[in-house]
Design a protein around this ligand. Structure first.
Ligand SMILES: *Cc1c(COP(=O)(O)O)cnc(C)c1O
Length: 410
């Protein structure tokens, strides 16, 4: 059968149902919110080739410099040779390999939890876990600065969502007092390290409040794992909260240098997720290469604590240097307890301009602006592999741009 168009050819063509996309793109451009990926044509590291220019990289989540480590690369190659490129199915059907379990056991041992489960990404771990833990009869309390995957997981669950002010435990307490009794289960969700500021969630207080209101807690350790705590087990270890009832989530794609996500917790929790987390059940198992690279990383991170020491040494070096630069008070360093340091800049245009100028001087430091964050900032992310000289180069470049806000006015 031949498809006959309904409209005679003399009539103007009917509007396309996709026309709105062009209009939406125009709106994004007009608001200066348009973004496009920048090409990095080099291996991960502190020096990268960004859009054809060699620059120092202060924008990576590869905090311990493992993404380009030869041991991870060899582990990925070996696993690919042994198990092939793909897992070929869901873990529950045909996609489960011995290395998946090895990785899960290694994560659970490191985190000192009964068990762990690995997902194909951190984003999927949050979506699947939150939607499995709560539903329409339940309540979610969420920090206003939580990562997109936590917020979208909350939406997907169908639970009632209440946002509490950033790290404001009094506000969390008040909301629980007012609303907890009207719901069946309650889940408090929070980043452990906030990705756009580098500050930490006040975990001990949060756990105490949650306990007194019979709430579960999901802590997203994406930027804490590998970085915080004596063994790099994260914010939970940093605060001495190991062993407390908690749903610990994290990613294999930041300090661990690969791709994937995980949840660690009680055996019952993990067993339940294997049966109820749709983003784990209905997706292909993590690839052999990613699984083996993460397994290698989990070992290296615990054995090579000097990487973490070097990272903190770098953080202190940069912090002292920035505090010195910003002593005039025109811009300020946001409080941070992580490898992410942010310089607040009052005007979004000034933040963009300084970021461009830093790039000219050979330093890649992105400007983060509303609506991603409430106040514009330059976001510097450090790696253990940055040298003192590289950090000094950034500080020197930064000094020539001060004071930031006045440099924008001229
Ligand atoms: C990066 C990140 C995620 C997502 O992890 P991926 O493995 O990259 O999908 C989740 N939560 C937070 C806080 C993150 O920073």
């Amino acid at each position: 059968m031949v498809f006959t168009p309904k409209y005679p050819s003399s009539d103007p063509p009917p509007p396309s149902p996709y026309d709105w996309i062009d209009r939406s793109l125009e709106t994004i451009h007009r608001a200066h919110w348009y973004r496009a990926p920048k090409t990095i044509a080099s291996k991960p590291g502190t020096v990268i080739e960004l859009e054809g220019k060699t620059v120092l990289n202060f924008a990576s989540n590869d905090y311990l410099g493992l993404a380009g480590d030869d041991r991870l690369i060899q582990a990925a190659i070996g696993a690919t040779q042994q198990w092939g490129t793909g897992s070929t199915g869901s873990r529950l059907l045909s996609g489960h390999r011995p290395i998946h379990r090895e990785l899960e056991v290694a994560i659970a041992q490191w985190k000192q939890t009964e068990d762990a489960i690995v997902f194909s990404s951190g984003y999927l771990a949050n979506l699947g876990t939150i939607a499995a833990l709560v539903g329409p009869r339940d309540l979610i309390l969420s920090d206003t600065y939580n990562h997109s995957s936590l917020r979208n997981g909350a939406k997907l669950s169908g639970a009632k969502i209440l946002d509490y002010a950033h790290c404001d435990m009094e506000h969390l307490h008040t909301l629980l007092q007012q609303h907890r009794a009207n719901y069946r289960r309650c889940l408090v969700i929070s980043n452990s390290v906030f990705s756009m500021g580098g500050d930490l969630c006040p975990l001990p207080e949060l756990l105490a409040i949650a306990k007194s209101y019979q709430c579960m807690v999901l802590l997203d350790e994406a930027h804490g794992t590998g970085v915080l705590g004596i063994t790099g087990a994260g914010c939970v270890e940093h605060f001495g909260c190991i062993g407390q009832p908690l749903v610990e989530m994290g990613t294999l794609s930041k300090a661990l240098g690969g791709l994937g996500g995980y949840v660690a917790g009680s055996s019952a929790l993990i067993d339940y997720l294997r049966n109820r987390a749709a983003s784990w059940i209905y997706t292909t198992g993590l690839s052999p290469a990613d699984t083996a690279a993460a397994l290698a990383a989990v070992g290296i991170i615990q054995e090579e604590s000097d990487r973490r020491q070097q990272l903190w040494h770098n953080v202190n070096h940069l912090r002292i240097g920035l505090q010195d630069c910003l002593a005039d008070g025109t811009s300020k360093l946001l409080p941070s307890t992580s490898s992410i340091l942010c310089v607040q800049v009052s005007q979004p245009e000034a933040a963009l301009r300084v970021s461009h100028q830093l790039m000219e001087s050979g330093c890649y430091v992105p400007a983060i602006r509303p609506p991603t964050v409430p106040t514009s900032r330059l976001r510097i992310s450090l790696m253990s592999t940055h040298t003192a000289y590289q950090i000094d180069q950034l500080l020197a470049a930064f000094k020539t741009m001060l004071p930031i806000n006045e440099s924008y006015r001229v």
